[in-house]
Design a protein around this ligand. Structure first.
Ligand SMILES: *[C@@H]1O[C@H](CO)[C@@H](O)[C@H](O)[C@H]1NC(C)=O
Ligand SMILES: *[C@@H]1O[C@H](CO)[C@@H](O)[C@H](O)[C@H]1NC(C)=O
Ligand SMILES: [Cu+2]
Length: 140
């Protein structure tokens, strides 16, 4: 009984997966990959490898760029500005709290990075796709 309780308590940590996202690979205004599908309890680790960026949740459509300080939505996130100008490759770790779609972008340069396509989707859906979010960002 004790062993069973211990086993059950360990299940989430056994099954939880980390999803690595590179921010600014090859000095580009990009998240790589652009989309992550994750379960509750998983983590998404964003690592900034060039310039000075953020990962910040924003609206799927309408006023997408720039994302607001603090991020949009229940269970949204905002890394704040993370600079690799000193080569430190700063990280931001988000723990997935629900299976709803979340859309994020970089808030740098008053939304210019976001409008240039520096966008990311966590658990997009058939009706809210990454491709459509990117179009919405470019047009916002
Ligand atoms: C990163 O960008 C933000 C916003 O433009 C700025 O306030 C901050 O000083 C920058 N960080 C560095 C280290 O340049
Ligand atoms: C996101 O959309 C909501 C609802 O349309 C709106 O109230 C809010 O101002 C938008 N957020 C931003 C940052 O534009
Ligand atoms: Cu950026």
């Amino acid at each position: 009984m004790f062993a069973k309780a211990l086993f059950l308590a360990l299940i989430p940590s056994i099954l939880a997966v980390n999803h690595a996202v590179t921010v600014g690979a090859n000095n580009a205004l990009s998240f790589t990959p652009t989309t992550v599908v994750a379960a509750v309890g998983d983590t998404v680790t964003f690592t900034v490898v060039s310039r000075n960026h953020s990962t910040t949740t924003t609206n799927f459509s309408g006023a997408v760029c720039p994302p607001p300080v603090g991020g949009v939505g229940v269970n949204g996130w905002d890394s704040g500005f993370l600079s690799d100008l000193d080569g430190s490759q700063p990280k931001f770790v988000y723990t997935v709290k629900d299976t709803l779609p979340h859309f994020a972008a970089c808030m740098q340069a008053a939304g210019a990075h976001c409008r240039a396509g520096m966008t990311f989707a966590l658990n997009p859906t058939a009706s809210q796709t990454y491709a459509q979010f990117l179009k919405n960002a470019e047009a916002s």
